[in-house]
Structures are given as C-alpha cells and as structure tokens.
Design a protein around this ligand. Structure first.
Ligand SMILES: *Cc1c(COP(=O)(O)O)cnc(C)c1O
Length: 431
C-alpha cells in the first residue's frame, strides 16, 4: 500500500487513540507509507527529513539492511517463545552485550518489553531489596521535578507532579518526594546550593526512602533540560551517605545520545539500577532492560519471596532481542563518539540563529539533542503543518521545538533540517 485514502484517515480519526490525543476534534496525523535512511515517505510521495528518530529510537535510520536481515532471519527461526523455563541465544547474547557495555557492577539483566515497564521493574527491585533486608519501611522514592519516567502507574508517580499526570490520578498514585529541579546547566559553573532541596529531603526522610530515581544529565519529556554533571555526582554521594539506591533512567539518554555511551558517564558515576530502552533495537521493536548489581540481585533473591516478582508475557522476545543485538553491534562498530561530536557541532551552528529571534528563550544542544525553547507554548498543529511543508519532521511540545536525529544523518542533511527549522520558526514567530 503506497497511499492512504481519505476514508482511512477519517477512520483513524474516528477510532484510534494517538499518543496523548483527544477523541474530539483531534489534531491532524500525517500518513507515512514507508521510510528509508533518515527520510519518512508520506502517502502521496513527499519525503520528510526525520528530526525525531521516532522519539529517540531510530538511531541507525529506517530500513537498515543489517537490521532487516536480522529480523528476517530470526522470524524464520522463531519470532517468540515464552521466557518462563526457556532460554534462547538472542536473550543470552543481549544480556552479554548489555553487561559488557554498562559499568562493571551492573551485571544482572531483566529484559522488559517497554521503557515504562523497565521503570516499574526498577522501582520494584528497589523496594524488594529493602524488604529483603528487613527494612520494609524503606519503600518511598525521591525524584526531581520536571522528570519523565513513563505512563504506567509506578512510573507516573515519579513524573513531574505539575506537567505530569498527577492532578487527575492524585488519589490513586503512591505519594513520593519531589526535590526542586536542578537549575545549573550542563556547562555552567557548579554551586552546591543547586542540590540543597534534594539534600534536605534525603536528610529528613532517608529512613523511608528506597531509592532516588532520575534521568541523568538530560530531563527529556519533562522539559528537555540539561543539568550539571556535578549534580549527579553529588546525588550519588547523598545516596551512598544515606543508604538509598540510585536508579538511573537512561531510557532516552542511553546508547550515546548525549555524547557518552550512557549519560551517567558525564559524571563518572555508576547507578545501582539502570533502565534502558528506546534506542536499544534501533527503533525496530519495543524492548527495554533493567540492570542491577549482583549484590542487589542476590539480596532480593535471598528475601522472603525467594525471587523477583515480575515476568511479562513477552519478556525476552527473541525477535526484539536479536534486532537489539545487531543494533548494539552497529553502534559498537561505529565511531560513535566523534560522530556525536559532529552532530552536536552541526546542531549548535544550525540552530544558533534562533537565539536572536523575538520569542525564543534559549537554544541548547548536547550530543545528538538540539532544543529551541520558546517563551510561549507553540500552536503545535499550525507549526507542524509548516514543518511538513518545508520537508522536515519535527514534533514540538509545549514551549519546545527540539530534535534528536538519527545518528547516520550527514552534515548536509543536518543543515537542511536545521535551516528548515530556523526558516519555519522565523515565519511562525513573525505571524
Ligand atoms: C520514553 C521514556 C520512558 C518510557 O518508555 P516507554 O517505552 O515509552 O514506555 C521512560 N523514561 C524515560 C526517560 C523516557 O524517555
């Protein structure tokens, strides 16, 4: 099928929920029929440069020959088999790759089926750990404002309480502690006052705290904010001092997006539990993983339950694991570090002109992430239409026009993407 009919678009509009969408007068959705490299092809034939990597995931581009070949080969063996009482090579090899890639102490792997589930698993691990150590009172979490950790209940309970979904669900969400967000930016001079709020919460409540959960360095969907590595270092020290586990949610930042393989490495720290997802299969399938240390895993297993209490139906799905293995191999074999520096340089110079526009608050870039923060929330439907007309796929939210392109995007295409954004934003802000 190379075109999508008007009737099909109407059917979609009448029957399908899109992410965070209304069923009354929803904003338009754009029909995509195929994708190749860094381009999305619309019904009707127009091509768009993909600035979003399908929400951080499609790092090697679409329709990648090696990923396709792996998918075909694995389908011909088995697409799926249950993981209870059974194992298979794709899962074993994935665990090996993740253990090798992550910091040395993280060596026990839970293979989950989506990012939100990986976060639920991390939270359960932390709570089960203290329970097994006979400290069941340590069952609360502390986190920082402006975070995003997913849409399921446990994850939602640690999302930003204001721009997250707390208001509607407040009566049913577990109550956790929220520290002020870090204000000092990635490149700014550090002052320890930035972490005073987190410090005072931990000092007061550590007896009931199981873990600190945060997105290291980059707060993604909660505001696309880049904070100081010193904050992360100081947070790690507080967790050590007061006996809290540190959960690093690297679902968005992991696999080189910020210029290091994992964002924690900017601060030289190791979390107790790490959540990975999004880019893990190169954007081919839903898959995620939660890793922890032998010490935590063995403590959990020595507890009253005698096991870790989670096991989704599609846990360790062979097709997803096989594709993840090839995706991670591609990343490992690439010159990802200089490549991310190349992308950062291109995003900085390409987006910089927006800093001079009336209505733009800040332009900031880190690794493969470029953000233009406006003073007012954008009219998404209107600006999206202008982006599509300009041949680029950019999906703003709130005050943010931001991109995180596939790692394979060359400089010429990055330039077309960023100049498209600059040109559209200029017209949008003037009218
Ligand atoms: C996207 C995201 C999640 C949720 O992942 P899903 O696969 O959408 O469930 C969790 N944490 C962070 C930091 C994310 O960016």
């Amino acid at each position: 099928m190379t075109t999508i009919s008007a009737e099909q678009i109407r059917y979609d509009r009448d029957h399908i929920w899109h992410p965070y969408s209304s069923m009354i007068n929803p904003p338009p959705v754009y029909p995509i029929v195929s994708a190749q490299g860094v381009y999305l092809k619309m019904s009707g034939g127009q091509e768009l440069i993909d600035g979003m990597a399908s929400w951080w995931s499609t790092i090697h581009g679409y329709n990648h020959p090696a990923l396709n070949a792996t998918a075909h080969a694995q389908i011909d063996k088995m697409s799926h088999v249950m993981f209870g009482g059974i194992t298979h090579e794709p899962a074993i090899e994935l665990a090996r790759k993740l253990v090798d890639l992550t910091p040395a102490t993280l060596d026990k792997v839970f293979i989950a089926d989506s990012g939100s589930v990986a976060v639920e698993v991390a939270i359960k691990m932390a709570i089960q750990y203290w329970h097994a150590l006979d400290k069941p009172e340590k069952h609360k979490l502390v986190t920082i404002r402006n975070g995003y950790h997913g849409d399921t209940f446990g994850a939602m309970s640690v999302c930003d309480p204001i721009n997250g979904m707390h208001e509607i669900f407040t009566a049913v969400l577990p109550k956790h502690h929220f520290a002020d967000r870090p204000e000092i930016g990635f490149h700014q001079a550090w002052e320890s006052s930035d972490i005073a709020s987190l410090k005072s919460i931990i000092e007061q409540h550590h007896q009931e705290l199981a873990a600190l959960i945060l997105e290291p360095i980059v707060q993604g969907a909660g505001g696309m904010r880049f904070y100081s590595p010193h904050y992360l270092k100081a947070a790690r020290a507080l967790c050590d001092e007061y006996d809290l586990l540190l959960i690093a949610d690297e679902i968005a930042t992991g696999f080189a997006r910020t210029g290091e393989m994992f964002a924690c490495q900017h601060a030289g720290i190791t979390p107790d539990i790490i959540c990975l997802g999004k880019a893990i299969t190169g954007g081919y399938m839903s898959l995620a993983a939660t890793l922890t240390s032998t010490k935590i895993a063995e403590s959990i297993s020595a507890g009253g339950a005698g096991c870790f209490m989670h096991g989704p139906t599609f846990m360790g799905n062979p097709l997803a694991c096989a594709i993840a293995n090839t995706s991670l191999q591609l990343l490992n074999d690439s010159q990802w570090k200089p490549n991310m520096q190349r992308i950062e340089t291109a995003l900085k110079s390409g987006l910089e002109p927006a800093a001079a526009f009336n209505g733009v608050a800040e332009v900031r870039c880190l690794g493969g992430i470029g953000v233009i923060e406006l003073e007012q929330a954008v009219d998404s439907a209107r600006i999206q239409k202008m982006f599509v007309k300009a041949g680029i796929w950019v999906r703003p939210f709130g005050k943010l026009v931001y991109i995180m392109p596939p790692y394979i995007m060359d400089n010429e295409t990055l330039d077309r993407l960023t100049s498209g954004i600059i040109e559209v934003l200029h017209r949008y802000l003037k009218s």
